[in-house]
Design a protein around this ligand. Structure first.
Ligand code: UDP
Ligand code: MG
Length: 309
């Protein structure tokens, strides 16, 4: 292995208990590597003592750096900020709660250092310890994502991933606002080796994702990587137009043969409700894309840093 530098990017949001535990664990692994390293903590607008913990570490250890956001911008923004700040030849993104096992780092590093792979990615083979409803929706999301988009995201893929400098630069060049990193990693291409592991429970603290946040995030993912929902909306429109022609013919024939044009109020109401429901649904799909165009054109920065080192 040539001498090289590894940057560890760690997004943190209200993780005061997890930060020191993470640092100790990851440090144990990093010192065994034949590579230089730096750890970059991204404080994503935490309201607890996360920043204090990180600052304390950075005073003790010159290899510890940080970026602190002016408010919570979300994990996606935090990962982007970390990748941007990373100076290493290789960069690995990790959660601070030790759900991404640091013990995989040496294997991942040798995969990317060999030059055979540009990225070493990970996937969880089970979801033990997660609420069953959440797992079910997560699976459904991966199915939908594979159906709607051309990119291939494996079920259980994590953001825990090591990348070469070339790939990091490619990911950074995708500067869209509605970010969905798993999609971006797949979209930029490169050769990826997958490492598998069993789910590990959080070291400390609580999960920062609730159902609402995850649902909105999955919508972001689909809208960012596929325009198929728009096609689906158009096809539904055409289908209904066709059905309505059939229905018109049916009504005319019935009137001519049986002379009964007025009956059928309940069915009429059902049809109106059903069709207007479909219309609103399709307008909603259109709205999602329009909203993304609106947000992209504003060109706002992805995050605001208030402090960094
Ligand atoms: N995180 C973040 N900003 C957020 C939410 C989460 O930086 O708005 C970080 C969090 O501190 C953790 C990682 O993203 O390091 C993964 O979050 P979490 O463990 O809560 O998610 P889960 O593992 O439950 O999916
Ligand atoms: Mg976690």
């Amino acid at each position: 292995m040539n001498s090289c530098k590894l940057s560890v990017v760690v997004p943190c949001f209200n993780e005061q208990e997890a930060v020191p535990i993470f640092y100790n664990e990851v440090k144990k692994i990093l010192v065994t590597l034949k590579a230089e390293y730096e750890i970059i903590f991204i404080d994503d607008g935490s309201s607890d003592k996360t920043l204090e913990e990180v600052k304390e570490l950075s005073e003790k250890d010159k290899g510890v750096h940080y970026v602190s956001f002016s408010r919570n911008f979300g994990k996606e923004a935090a990962m982007y900020a970390g990748l941007k700040k990373a100076a290493g030849d290789y960069v690995v993104i990790m959660d601070v709660d030790l759900q991404d096992p640091p013990s995989l780092i040496p294997e991942m590093l040798s995969a990317v250092c060999s030059g055979e792979f540009d990225s070493a990615a990970t996937r969880r083979t089970n979801r033990k310890g997660e609420p069953p409803v959440r797992s079910m929706f997560a699976r459904l999301f991966y199915k939908l994502m594979r159906y709607f988009s051309d990119i291939d995201i494996v079920d259980g893929a994590r953001d825990f991933r090591m990348m070469s400098r070339t790939m990091v630069d490619a990911v950074l060049s995708v500067s869209e606002r509605g970010r969905f990193s798993k999609g971006i990693f797949a979209w930029v291409g490169f050769r990826t080796k997958y490492f598998e592991y069993k789910n590990v429970e959080r070291s400390a603290g609580k999960t920062k994702w609730n159902f609402r946040k995850l649902f909105l995030y999955s919508l972001d993912g689909i809208v960012a990587f596929s325009t198929k929902p728009l096609v689906l909306a158009s096809i539904t429109g055409i289908l209904f137009l066709f059905l309505s022609f059939l229905f018109i013919i049916f009504i005319i024939v019935r009137k001519v043969l049986f002379g009964d044009p007025t009956a059928g109020w309940p069915s009429l109401v059902c049809i109106i409700l059903f069709v207007s429901g479909i219309q609103l649904f399709c307008t909603g799909i259109l709205g999602q894309y329009l909203a993304k165009v609106y947000l992209e054109t504003k060109q706002r920065p992805l995050y605001i840093a208030k402090d960094e080192k």
